[in-house]
Design a protein around this ligand. Structure first.
Ligand SMILES: [Zn+2]
Length: 96
């Protein structure tokens, strides 16, 4: 493979865990985005001795739930709402 000018991409993990990829960047652009967003670590989810991954949310700390509501026009509107996991309180870790 030959190196191309626009062979770089940025991959950003959002707070909700979605991964967004931005292709077609120059090295400088990709680096600028990486610097801006930094390592996407979630300190609340670091491994803790004496605790184990929550089986209810698989360590995610919660999940998206569909919320259905009727609009004034009578049509159904479905939105997604983040729900914190109750057993682990949104940390993704529970005591062993
Ligand atoms: Zn949980």
């Amino acid at each position: 493979m030959t190196p191309a000018d626009r062979d770089y991409f940025a991959r950003i993990t959002t707070l909700r865990g979605s991964v967004v990829t931005i292709p077609g960047l120059t090295e400088q652009q990709a680096q600028a985005i990486a610097d801006q967003h930094g390592p996407t670590e979630r300190p609340a989810l670091t491994a803790d001795k004496g605790k184990t991954t929550c089986g209810r949310c698989q360590g995610a700390g919660g999940w998206e739930e569909e919320v259905r509501s009727k609009s004034s026009g009578g049509s159904e509107v479905v939105t997604k709402k983040w729900v914190n996991c109750r057993p682990c309180g949104g940390t993704g870790q529970v005591p062993k």
